[in-house]
Design a protein around this ligand. Structure first.
Ligand code: HEC
Length: 211
């Protein structure tokens, strides 16, 4: 008997919310019915100014940006053949310290060595297993003459069979990897009594874009 009453009360409450043409129904949970959202330019009861806008908290770094002295570096060179050319002039502003080279080595061995090989000869395990064409060895004139910016460009966007690493590596990490590849090349060239400077003709200008 009590069960029947309880059921009737619940059914009564539920039905009282039903809408018909001449009765809008009772609203039992107004918070869920009437949204508390404000219009974009409403007067807001909080915030820096009275408009309904939110500002990022202090010190927030835009996604994918590298913090530099004057602000943030965001790579804006497009992923096109022209962009590849344009990237020649972008300078690696990350100081080449022992720590940076060590960081570059660590990242290189995780992300690049599977194809390029730990020494950069293009004989990583992915190639050795078979089925994947060997990437170019880093120890050839064409790669010696690549500008740092072009390497950064290729790491950012990928090239043909090589995929992009822009989501795995921050700009700073990409520059560290570039330093490490240069370090590998430098060591090899030194043994032959040469230097990278013999191959680098492009004047690299500082064209950092900052936010
Ligand atoms: C899946 C295998 C693979 C991985 C992983 C890979 N690469 Fe490559 N990479 C290639 C291939 C293949 C090419 C040749 C692309 C072409 O020119 O067609 C290449 C080319 C390059 C070049 C020469 C670009 C040019 O302009 O000719 C550089 C520099 C390079 N890779 C650096 C890296 C770095 C740094 C990483 C790690 C962050 C990496 N690669 C990871 C396969 C790979």
């Amino acid at each position: 008997m009590t069960k029947t009453y309880a059921l009737l009360i619940v059914a009564g409450i539920m039905l009282s919310g039903c809408v018909s043409e001449d009765h809008p129904g009772y609203i039992w949970y107004p918070d869920m019915f009437t949204s508390k959202a404000w219009e974009p330019l409403d007067q807001a009861p909080f915030g820096k100014d009275s408009a309904m806008r939110f500002y990022p908290p202090e010190g927030v770094i835009p996604y994918g940006a590298q913090q530099v002295t004057e602000g943030y570096f965001v790579y804006t060179v497009p992923n096109t053949p022209e962009g590849y050319e344009q990237s020649k002039s972008i300078k690696n502003t990350l100081p080449k310290t022992e720590e940076v080279i060590a960081k570059g080595k660590q990242l290189y061995e995780i992300y690049c060595a599977p194809c390029h090989g730990t020494t950069g000869e293009g004989n990583g395990p992915v190639v050795e297993v078979g089925g994947f064409p060997p990437p170019p060895t880093y120890y050839q004139d064409r790669i010696y003459s690549l500008a740092d910016g072009q390497m950064f460009h290729v790491i950012t966007y990928g090239k043909n069979l090589m995929g992009s690493f822009r989501y795995q590596l921050t700009p700073e990490e990409r520059w560290a990897v570039v330093h490490y590849i240069r370090h590998l090349q430098d060591q090899r060239l030194k043994k032959e009594g040469k230097s990278l400077a013999d191959y680098q003709q492009t004047q690299q200008t500082d064209t950092l874009k900052t936010l």
